[in-house]
Design a protein around this ligand. Structure first.
Ligand code: ADP
Ligand code: MG
Length: 220
């Protein structure tokens, strides 16, 4: 497992066991994991993550793909502060997450990290545009129409689609909504947990190409 993301690179995790990365070189990267171990439940058993050191650079997009149960979700959730590691440190924009309250962690995460969940986590009662605007709303930030349309356009959504509800869209389009929602805050890094899992191979290739596409600035 492991990669260090330069701006605009696409990373894969394809192995079935966690392999330690020896050095963290990019200490100024927005997300840095150092010797992160995660065990679920009681002390015994194989850890989901075993002393993983990794950094994710500004403007990087990281998609994890691979064997079920290899720790992909655990890795990204620890990196994004959604799960607390059993040992080791996770720094988000230089701040050790362990020292922050849940509320501060959530705020930092919403502003700096874009997360595309495997099961998308779209809210069915909200329209597409409301789903895309959600991270801004949660931070009491204004979600301008132009910003929403721009994020939607980047993933090929627009027009009447924005006023529909997720259930009225295809699986591939729903995934694009989830990606646009991750882009709306212009995060430092984007994580996608098996972004192609729910899609047929043809659509999956399209989504990956989309995410790897040209970037205009350092941030998304
Ligand atoms: P992946 O996303 O690659 O399928 P996960 O990160 O979900 O892998 O899981 C890695 C390992 O940790 C698996 O053995 C899984 O059973 C275990 N695991 C994940 N989440 C939990 C949990 N909430 N409680 C107990 N064990 C868990
Ligand atoms: Mg998973």
């Amino acid at each position: 497992m492991g990669r260090t993301g330069a701006a605009g690179t696409l990373g894969y995790m394809l192995t079935d066991t966690a392999e330690k990365v020896d050095s963290v070189t990019a200490t100024l990267a927005p997300v840095v994991l150092e010797d992160v171990t995660k065990r679920y439940g009681r002390r015994r058993g194989v850890p989901a993550l075993d002393r993983v050191s990794l950094s994710f650079g500004a403007g990087s997009f990281t998609a994890v793909l691979g064997v079920s149960g290899s720790g992909k979700s655990t890795l990204l959730q620890c990196a994004a502060g959604l799960e607390r590691p059993s040992a080791g440190t996770v720094r988000l924009c230089g701040t050790d997450l362990a020292g922050l309250s849940q509320r501060r962690q959530a705020m930092l995460r919403r502003q700096r990290v874009g997360f595309v969940f495997q099961d998308l986590n779209l809210l069915p009662e909200l329209t597409v545009e409301e789903n895309i605007a959600l991270p801004l709303r949660l931070d009491h930030r204004r979600a301008g129409r132009a910003d929403i349309e721009l994020a939607a356009a980047r993933v090929g959504l627009g027009g009447g689609q924005l006023r529909r509800r997720p259930a009225e869209l295809s699986g591939g389009q729903q995934q694009r909504v989830a990606i646009a929602r991750a882009l709306i805050t212009r995060p430092e890094v984007i994580f996608a947990d098996e972004p192609t899992g729910a899609l047929d191979p043809h659509t999956a290739v399209g989504v990956l190409r989309l995410l790897r596409g040209p970037r205009t600035g350092r941030r998304w």
